[in-house]
Design a protein around this ligand. Structure first.
Ligand SMILES: *[C@@H]1O[C@H](CO)[C@@H](O)[C@H](O)[C@H]1NC(C)=O
Ligand SMILES: *[C@@H]1O[C@H](CO)[C@@H](O)[C@H](O)[C@H]1NC(C)=O
Ligand SMILES: *[C@@H]1O[C@H](CO)[C@@H](O)[C@H](O)[C@H]1NC(C)=O
Ligand SMILES: *[C@@H]1O[C@H](CO)[C@@H](O)[C@H](O)[C@H]1NC(C)=O
Length: 390
């Protein structure tokens, strides 16, 4: 199989990424003291510290500013190719995990505040190393906002949540709001093949994170990065849905539970119902081991518990929120197009590029031709529906 040669394992500074946020074996007290000190330095720059601590903290100080949450003005803090690397007892070099867990909450608070719309709504996506390389999925994602209709201003409200160091480093180069999600021993940097253990862990980690965002009072649009944003989706959401989700297959009725939800795109209002629902959804993984969040959602959507907590679910029509499984046929209506029903990164990128080309052709047509509906998608090509049996 033509798998991408994005192996990061042989990259010397990346092997030690496995140490990211390792909780069960605490870092040597020395290092942990440095991190604390660095955090203090960052958060309260004026606090006077003993000289020795200051000296030590200065060694780390370049990093926390960069790994905390990042806006463009802070870019001078970004160590371009040589972050401060301190060999550990084995002589391995650890490129500094993204802050310790104590400050993770604060980092999240800050980046959400910065990126939020006035009504406490943000746009979120997640990124790992495999999707982060130049020309890969994340570039197409961001390009779609620039080429879409009234979507470029939405980038100001997009937070990219990164699963690993390489994705984080790439994020801060291309986007003002990046959040490094601290993960335990799991290495999330490789391409995740559908339904492997690593893939599942990543999906569940993401769901738990989204629950936290809701608890902080932020409503969000979550979008996978393999979704092209061609129009502003906000006018197409239902005013009365707590949880609104795109579909692999839409049956033509927004409340019909026979719609097949796709977890890659949803709009969730922060309220008691949605928070309770995310807790229920996350805990349901224990009842359905081996399934990912999307499958489990399609199991639990019938559960009376959801009606009991008073959650209103709305399924979004594929007329506006389409994908390769079921395209938004009318380019005059499409908001988003998802490279779902697609296995393999090369295939995905190939078809996303075709989608983008189709959109550019559509945008360059005169209005009369656009109205006439003279253009239709040339996908799927390399994404193959037949590989998937839902
Ligand atoms: C929040 O603000 C955005 C941007 O103005 C708007 O599109 C969206 O509909 C608002 N959401 C709600 C729930 O009012
Ligand atoms: C849509 O589905 C809901 C729930 O199944 C049902 O009550 C309602 O009658 C349906 N609406 C239409 C227009 O079919
Ligand atoms: C949400 O739940 C809390 C605690 O149970 C309660 O105090 C609050 O009033 C609820 N808010 C809404 C909007 O229902
Ligand atoms: C896409 O499919 C075509 C035809 O099967 C093949 O020649 C091409 O190499 C594929 N491209 C990628 C990126 O896999």
């Amino acid at each position: 199989m033509g798998r991408p040669s994005r192996q990061t394992l042989n990259h010397p500074s990346v092997t030690s990424l496995r140490h990211f946020g390792r909780r069960h074996s605490p870092p040597p007290p020395r290092a942990s003291a440095f991190r604390k000190a660095a955090a203090v330095l960052l958060l309260a720059a004026a606090v006077a510290l003993p000289c020795a601590v200051l000296y030590r903290a200065a060694v780390w100080a370049t990093v926390p500013a960069n790994v905390a949450w990042t806006r463009r003005p802070l870019r001078e803090w970004d160590p371009p190719h040589s972050p401060v690397l301190v060999p550990d007892e084995n002589g391995d070099v650890d490129p500094m995990p993204p802050g310790d867990l104590d400050s993770e909450d604060l980092r999240l608070e800050l980046v959400l505040q910065e990126a939020s719309m006035a009504n406490k709504t943000i746009i979120l996506t997640t990124l790992n190393a495999a999707w982060a390389s130049p020309g890969s999925v994340i570039d197409l994602f961001i390009e779609s906002f620039h080429r879409g209709v009234r979507t470029s201003s939405l980038l100001r409200h997009l937070v990219i949540v990164t699963f690993d160091w390489k994705a984080y480093r790439r994020c801060v180069k291309i986007h003002p709001y990046c959040f490094a999600l601290v993960t335990e021993d799991v290495d999330f940097s490789q391409e995740k093949r559908f339904l492997t253990t690593g893939y599942l862990e990543m999906m569940w980690k993401r769901l738990d994170f989204l629950r936290l965002v809701l608890e902080k009072g932020y409503s969000f649009v979550f979008s996978d990065a393999d979704i092209m944003w061609f129009r502003n989706p906000f006018p197409y959401f239902y005013p009365d849905g707590d949880f609104q989700i795109a579909c692999d297959h839409y049956v033509g009725n927004a409340t019909d539970l026979r719609n097949i939800a796709n977890g890659g795109f949803n709009y969730v209002k922060s309220n008691n119902q949605s928070i309770e629902f995310y807790k229920f959804w996350y805990s349901s993984r224990l009842r359905y081991p081996g399934y990912h969040d999307q499958d489990v959602l399609n199991f639990i959507k019938h559960d009376p518990y959801i009606t009991n907590i008073g959650l209103t679910i709305k399924f979004l029509s594929t007329t506006y929120f389409g994908g390769i499984c079921e395209p938004s046929r009318d380019l005059n209506k499409v908001c988003t197009m998802h490279a779902n029903c697609c296995i393999g990164l090369r295939n995905k990128i190939h078809d996303l590029r075709i989608m983008m080309e189709d959109w550019r052709n559509y945008m360059s047509m005169p209005p009369s031709l656009k109205r006439f509906g003279a253009l239709s998608w040339r996908v799927p090509q390399n994404c193959s529906l037949s590989l998937l049996s839902p």
